[in-house]
Design a protein. Structure first.
Length: 173
C-alpha cells in the first residue's frame, strides 16, 4: 500500500460546493490491484467522496485546469455525477496540442491507457451511449488521427459508431 495520496479539497463550481479527500487504504488497494499507480492517480487528481457511510471514487473533470464537473463511482460500478455541470471529456487537458488522440469509454480505461504510456487519451463522460459535445476536441488541423478504444460489447460498438459519425470517419485510425 502507499501513503495518503491527496490533501482534503473543497471545490466550488456552478454554485455547488463539493468536499473531496484522500483515497482511503481500501480504495488505494482497489487501484493497486488494477495496476493503476499512485503517480497516475495524483496526476489525474483522483480522490474520494464520502456520502453517509459509503465512499465513492471521485473523478474531477477539468477544462484548462478548472473544475467543471465531477463523476463518482463505487467499486461495484454504480455511477453518479454532480447535477447541472458540463458534460465534457475526462482528461480533456491531456489532449491539448496532440495530433493523435485516443477516446475510451470510461475513466478507468483512461487511467489504464496512461499506465500503458498514452497520456493523449480522453474518456466520454457517460460511457456508452454518449451525451457529450464534441466541440472541445481538437480541430481537424490539430488532431489528424483519432483512435477509438471502446469496449467490444454492443454499447461500446454503438459509442464508436456514434463518435465516428460525429467527428468524421476520415480522422479515425
Amino acid at each position: 500500500m502507499f501513503a495518503a495520496v491527496f490533501l482534503a479539497c473543497l471545490c466550488r463550481f456552478g454554485g455547488i460546493l463539493i468536499v473531496l479527500s484522500n483515497l482511503e487504504l481500501a480504495l488505494q488497494g482497489y487501484f493497486a490491484e488494477r495496476l493503476i499507480s499512485r503517480q497516475t492517480l495524483q496526476r489525474n487528481t483522483v480522490m474520494q467522496k464520502r456520502v453517509g457511510d459509503q465512499i465513492f471514487i471521485a473523478f474531477p473533470y477539468r477544462r484548462n485546469g478548472v473544475l467543471v464537473s465531477c463523476k463518482y463511482r463505487d467499486i461495484n460500478k454504480k455511477f453518479w455525477q454532480e447535477r447541472d455541470t458540463e458534460k465534457i471529456f475526462y482528461g480533456l487537458d491531456d489532449i491539448k496540442g496532440e495530433s493523435d488522440i485516443i477516446i475510451v469509454e470510461g475513466e478507468m480505461d483512461k487511467l489504464a491507457m496512461e499506465e500503458a504510456g498514452f497520456r493523449n487519451c480522453v474518456s466520454v463522460p457517460d460511457g456508452a451511449p454518449p451525451s457529450v459535445s464534441t466541440k472541445d476536441l481538437p480541430s481537424e488541423e490539430q488532431a489528424s488521427r483519432i483512435i477509438l478504444a471502446t469496449d467490444g460489447d454492443p454499447p461500446g460498438q454503438a459509442l464508436a459508431e456514434e463518435l465516428a459519425r460525429r467527428l468524421g470517419r476520415e480522422r479515425f485510425a
